[in-house]
Design a protein around this ligand. Sequence first.
Ligand SMILES: Nc1ncnc2c1ncn2[C@@H]1O[C@H](COP(=O)(O)OP(=O)(O)O)[C@@H](O)[C@H]1O
Ligand SMILES: [Mg+2]
Length: 304
Amino acid sequence: MPETVLQLENISKKIGKKEIIHNISFEIEKGEVFGLLGPNGAGKTTIIRSIVGLISKTNGQVSICGVNLDENFKEAIQNIGAIIENPEFYMYMSGWKNLKQFARMSRKDISDEEISAIVEKVKLSHAIHNKVRTYSLGMRQRLGVAQALIHEPALLILDEPTNGLDPQGMAEFRMLIKELAANGTSVLISSHLLAEIQQITDRFAIIDKGHLTHIEKMTDLTADKTLKVTLEVSDGASAMLVLDTLDLEIIEQRENQFVLNVTREVLPEIARALIRANLDILELSKVQFSLEDRFLALTNGGEI
Ligand SMILES: Nc1ncnc2c1ncn2[C@@H]1O[C@H](COP(=O)(O)OP(=O)(O)O)[C@@H](O)[C@H]1O
Ligand SMILES: [Mg+2]
């Protein structure tokens, strides 16, 4: 049985007459990286704020490691480390002193060795005794993660964590998240960037106008069950007759060019059948199937 670290059941939040999030439910397992993907204003931060108790919910239940947030807030919240908006630090103090200060405020006793181990994890050992004001944005973000991890939470929550990072900073951040997850920490990450969610998460939910419209597994998305291919032949009209005899879907035809939906098994059959009919194949290639296509299809309510 997978271990459930976070469970949301029918979370709704109304402010005035406006329902900002509506009946949001999902679960996150141990070691899983789960994404909330949606445009600005979709309700991602509101969902996160309701998980960490920063806003009161209008409806619904949140359980963290099996502990109900409303019934036993202190115990539940101990299992979470979060960065919501920008982490705040004492800029004139070193990273190390900031973490020590934060550790003192924690309910657990945290030794210097434990802090060092976390600093090592987020790859800040080389600069940990420098003042935070000398840190790059990426380094501050990693110090934020160290701070969020200091009490060894089961779930790390990051709200749009790579906003403002340069490509290298983003790549380093992705590596860090993957390492944490490989060591058993679950991660909930929100983003309006499709590529980011695609590269970091195991599963993600699409949030659209406060509604959770779909939950997708990354492996389902990238599995090549059906392929979209482009085909160019010497004679489109004759090719059409051949294609009609095969089990495939013609999405588009323009003279000698086709766009087809096919299964992997049918692909060699297409080539053989066209050659048997004395047609020249000028091109037969796979169209890369991106999360972007999927996202657009899902948010339009359609299916690819
Ligand atoms: N305290 C609030 N009062 C009124 N409206 C709010 C409040 N907080 C958020 N909203 C609205 O709720 C919607 C979702 O906001 P938010 O959760 O911040 O979205 P996201 O993080 O996906 O960009 C937005 O339209 C925002 O303007
Ligand atoms: Mg937000």
